[in-house]
Design a protein around this ligand. Structure first.
Ligand code: PLP
Length: 468
């Protein structure tokens, strides 16, 4: 890789930093006895450099968010310019600031029609919580006070605040943290690649039948809202069959149940659209966004709310509760410039083009016995590993990222059985090819070390989440 910042030497105290990290920091998802650390110090485009001077290609966009790439001078200037004028002021009560008004207006201009107003937060989980609270308040204020239940989905991810974690359909976020928020029921998401989950029934029909039965069981008069990712992200990049969301929406609406689409990963270009809702032809009551809103240059989320909900939750004493950093002036100025870059540089089209190129290369891996399915929507890609033909066990995807990094300096992620790739939308064709080469090399080696046989998807069992 050509040097990023050629003049920058490894930090003299790089080893000391690692030691301090080990003794001072709590990292999410890191076992306490793990000693490895990668201390990033510089970034430019899709390239990163660590404290030891090692260089990397960022094929995950950090946590799926560095849409415009690292080291963008325009964003640094937007932040500095706003800080020089007014860094922050509260947006509670009647107070406001110029960038937050301009950004809200811009977002509503980009969003699908029923979205009318914006509520700013510091990240995705806060925006999920705000949506859940608004959904319950909406029914409460309209006199339907028993509508408190939340429908979510197994394998869905909605962050680790208590509301977000309760809606998340992965047991590791519940175990040891309970009791979780009550009145949450998890349903089956459609995953056509795993027919064993549906007992021979068509996945969409199964999910719709289950939704109908759940509404009957809980009682529509007790249900406030359903939340789901339009395209499952962390669970392995799973786009549902085209009729799933429109039919879910129709069924919910016929029972007066609201719909939250969690677009924390999918919004602002990752799928080749400003919002995945457009791609999937569904009009929710809430769209939750974060990540790509600022490409990570400022921690920020934005909840977009449909007009009929706005009318109710802003009446009387208004929507009670806000976050200190809601509508942060500097964050909003950064977001405005970030959206301008996405538009100016045509990065939505780039997401589709580079995503298709990567997808086309990686889909060839389906010929390997270790690969079950390669799924791609825009610039989000999941390479699901197959069942080991020798043992029948799902192949461990967690062995892939360290190998890909060591061999080629390319950073990818994994969930239990899927390798996840979600680079900045500015990734070049050459860089995309390098990512494809690196993943191909490692998986081909995996395959040659194993006895070849017919590939099979690992049987997917849904986690048991909801206590009666
Ligand atoms: N919702 C989805 C779909 C996400 O992928 C995430 C984070 O990855 C969140 C919510 C939580 O966002 P945050 O970590 O900013 O709270």
């Amino acid at each position: 890789m050509t040097a990023l910042h050629a003049k920058t030497a490894p930090l003299a105290d790089a080893d000391l930093l690692v030691k301090r990290d080990q003794s001072r920091l709590i990292h999410p998802h890191l076992p306490g006895d793990t000693t490895d650390r990668i201390v990033m110090v510089e970034g430019s485009g899709c390239r990163l450099r660590d404290a030891h001077g090692r260089e990397y290609l960022d094929a995950t966009g950090g946590l799926m968010l560095a849409h415009v790439g690292h080291g963008r001078r325009e964003l640094i200037e937007a932040a500095a310019g706003q800080m020089a004028k007014l860094e922050y002021y509260s947006s509670f009560h009647e107070f406001s600031n110029e960038p937050s008004i301009r950004l809200a207006d811009r977002l509503i201009g980009l969003a699908p029609p029923p979205m009318e107003r914006v509520y700013f937060t510091s990240g995705g989980a806060e925006a999920v919580d705000a949506a859940l609270r608004m959904a319950r308040l909406y029914h409460h204020r309209r006199g339907e006070r028993d509508r408190t239940w939340v429908l979510a989905r197994s394998l869905g991810y909605h962050g680790v605040s208590y509301g977000g974690a309760a809606a998340t359909g992965m047991p590791m976020f519940h175990q040891g943290f309970g009791p979780m928020l009550p009145h949450v029921r998890h349903l089956t998401p459609p995953m056509p690649f795993h027919p064993e989950m549906y007992g021979g029934e068509d996945p969409t029909e199964f999910c719709l039948r289950e939704l109908r039965e759940t509404i009957e069981d809980i009682g529509a008069e007790n249900i406030a809202v359903m939340i789901g990712e339009p395209i499952l992200g962390v669970a392995g990049v799973v786009e549902p069959p085209g009729d799933y969301w429109p039919r879910v929406r129709e069924l919910l609406a016929s029972h007066g149940i609201l719909l939250i689409l969690d677009e924390v990963i999918t919004a602002y270009g990752r799928t080749g659209h400003w919002f995945a809702a457009e791609r999937l032809g569904v009009t929710p009551d809430f769209i939750v966004t974060a990540k790509g809103l600022t490409s990570g240059y400022f921690p920020m989320g934005a909840l977009l709310v449909a007009g009929q909900v706005v009318d109710v939750v802003t009446r009387d004493e208004g929507f009670v509760g806000g976050y200190t950093y809601s509508g942060h002036a500097t964050g909003c100025a950064v977001a405005l410039e970030n959206l301008a870059i996405l538009e100016r540089e045509n990065l939505l089209a780039a997401a589709t083009r580079v995503g298709d190129r990567l997808g086309e290369r990686l889909r060839r891996l389906e010929e390997l016995p270790v690969v079950g399915q390669v799924r791609q929507t825009g610039l989000m890609i999941g390479v699901e590993l197959a069942q080991d033909p020798a043992t029948g066990e799902p192949l461990p995807a967690d062995r892939v990222p360290p190998l890909v990094r060591e061999r080629a300096g390319v950073i990818v992620r994994n969930n239990p059985n899927t390798v996840l790739i979600s680079p900045p939308l500015v990734m070049s064709d050459d860089e995309a090819d390098r990512v494809a080469d690196a993943v191909t090399e490692v998986l081909t080696e995996f395959a040659t070390r194993r006895r070849s046989g017919p590939s099979a998807a690992p049987a997917r069992e849904l986690p048991v989440l909801d206590q009666p």
